[in-house]
Design a protein around this ligand. Structure first.
Ligand SMILES: NC(=O)c1ccc[n+]([C@@H]2O[C@H](COP(=O)([O-])OP(=O)(O)OC[C@H]3O[C@@H](n4cnc5c(N)ncnc54)[C@H](O)[C@@H]3O)[C@@H](O)[C@H]2O)c1
Length: 397
């Protein structure tokens, strides 16, 4: 695994847990973790349960002992590490967004397609697909329970940079993160809504804004370690300031290829909203609604029921036949955020061990990147309607 901070900790938890919860055809060994600072990566290896540590990610790629490379670094290093790992025959799990640019994402998808021909698998880490309520939404929509999908309404709202004194961490720098709220949290709702509806976004009209354009530089602005906790939170900042080069918020309307109209909102300025990922899908036969802050619940309005009985049903997603739940606790015993990563590792390990293709693929990651790119271009052109480019997938079936 490369990177050991927020996602590194979440992934480690899942790697540690997955074989204890699910009966899988392979056992995970947590061999080698990479970071840039020797003392800190040594501490992380100890704390997170890795056998060894290194400060050079190339050691993971070159080691004969290693089958899987898990990329948990900021987007500016995804492409380089993934391309090297795939070329060396390693299966790759890469955090979202797949890359910082469409060009990088295209190169990664092409490399994944080539590697796949020799049995090498790759997957992009859109973990929210693995929240049981989200997987259940997809199941119900695929079964036709919502009829024709008319509306998709999605928002991912956070507030961690409302304070103008919050420092200029890597997530606020285009060369490190690719984009701001758009690529960080907007990417999640793009993937999630396309996943549950089975429809692709074909075009967008967007506005983006950077509300706070200058921010103090982090106290250790040159040190990645200073940005290594959570959303890049740091202990303090110095007197110097720097320019924010990403969006603070992105709002766009979209058309989906099945005929639905959609609205998307991604913001780090939604005061009071910490991690509010909310999705509502309206169909001709019903509505589904999900809120990540109540992730064990799914709201379902079934318009086929007798009029006198209609109303929103709150389904508690803890039944054995709910997606992923058979391995957890008795009905009513809820799960949390980290479980989505355990589910992600389950699906990834199973696919690798059985020679199947895990999803979302790097091509799916590229498709999300193309939507992000269309949003950015539309916003730059005063919200001009902008079609999403096709992935031009050169993948052998
Ligand atoms: N799936 C999700 O819900 C989710 C949530 C948060 C972040 N992410 C994604 O995960 C990735 C990492 O984000 P994070 O929040 O964990 O960031 P973070 O700042 O908490 O951690 C980044 C880690 O990468 C390490 N690192 C950076 N460059 C490196 C290099 N060249 N070699 C070795 N290590 C390097 C840092 O030392 C640090 O350990 C990003 O792509 C982000 O978009 C996904």
């Amino acid at each position: 695994m490369v990177g050991y901070a927020f996602m590194g900790a979440a992934h480690s938890q899942a790697w540690r847990t997955v074989n204890r919860v699910y009966d899988l055809p392979a056992r995970v060994r947590m061999s080698l973790v990479c970071g840039r600072d020797t003392a800190k990566v040594a501490d992380a290896a100890d704390r997170l349960g890795w056998e060894a540590h290194t400060t050079d990610w190339r050691r993971l790629v070159e080691s004969d002992e290693i089958d899987v490379v898990d990329i948990c670094t900021p987007g500016d290093s995804h492409a380089e590490i993934a391309l090297a790992a795939l070329a060396a025959g390693k299966h790759v799990l890469c955090e979202k967004p797949l890359a910082n640019t469409v060009a990088e994402a295209r190169a990664m998808a092409a490399a994944a397609a080539t590697a796949r021909a020799s049995g090498v698998r790759s997957m992009c880490g859109f973990n929210y697909r693995r929240v049981p309520a989200v997987a259940m939404m997809r199941r119900l929509i695929a079964e036709g329970r919502l009829g024709t999908i008319r509306h998709v309404r999605a928002a991912y709202l956070q507030d961690w940079i409302v304070d103008p004194q919050f420092p200029l961490v890597w997530r606020l720098q285009r060369d490190r993160a690719g984009s701001g709220a758009l690529g960080d949290i907007g990417a999640h709702i793009i993937d999630l809504t396309q996943f549950v509806t089975g429809q692709r976004i074909t075009g967008v009209s967007a506005v983006t804004e950077t509300f706070v354009k200058e921010r103090p530089l982090p106290a250790e602005s040159s040190g990645l370690a200073a940005q290594a906790a959570g959303n890049g939170a740091v202990d303090g900042h110095g007197p110097a300031t720097g320019t924010v080069t990403v969006d603070d918020a992105a709002v766009f309307v979209a058309r989906l290829d099945g005929g639905a109209l959609a609205t998307y909102e991604a913001s780090r300025f939604a005061t009071g909203r910490k991690n509010a990922l909310r999705v509502e899908i309206n169909g001709s036969l019903g509505t589904l609604a999900f809120d990540l802050e109540r992730l064990n619940e799914l709201e379902f309005y079934d318009a086929t029921r007798p009029a006198a009985e209609q109303g929103f049903t709150r389904i508690l997603m803890t039944e054995e036949d709910h997606p992923y739940m058979s391995a957890w606790w008795p009905p009513g015993h809820i799960i949390g955020y980290e479980h989505s990563f355990t589910h992600q590792m389950r699906d990834f390990v199973e696919a690798v061990a059985t020679g199947a293709d895990p999803a979302p693929s790097f091509t799916d990651g590229l498709q999300v990147q193309l939507v992000l790119d269309a949003v950015t271009r539309s916003a730059e052109l005063d919200s001009t309607w902008t079609d999403v480019e096709p992935t031009l997938e050169a993948v052998p079936a």
